[in-house]
Design a binder for this molecule. Sequence first.
Ligand code: 5GP
Ligand code: ZN
Length: 122
Amino acid sequence: MENCIFCKIAAGQIPSKKVYEDNELLAFHDINPAAPVHFLIIPKAHIATLADCNASHEGLLGRMMALAPKLAEELGCGVKGLGAEATGGFKSLINTGPDGGQEVYHLHLHVMGGSRPWAGQR
Ligand code: 5GP
Ligand code: ZN
């Protein structure tokens, strides 16, 4: 997609701090991190928003979600321990549309972890 910043990142035309890449997905650090660890998981193929997804995207969306804890673990914000004894962890977020706070119209899953900058917020 022309003039899509994340398509350009996926194509290597704009540099990014890469976390993970396979033939379908790319993960890279957010340029303006909201947490000590903040990266984005995107499909390489252009999809504007989550609202543009349908049943044919279920596998892709599942692989994006399943990748989040794996990469969070690698970047030091995985969950350690079980149940009430657990420490660590991260938020996973997809902003969708203007009222959802979406700024870049190429589907992306935010993964944010570290020292809980949102503590006290919902
Ligand atoms: P949204 O508000 O659309 O859910 O989030 C877009 C995110 O993309 C923001 O957190 C913003 O900091 C990040 N972002 C925007 N442009 C770039 C860029 O060129 N490179 C990287 N790495 N992140 C970007
Ligand atoms: Zn795109």
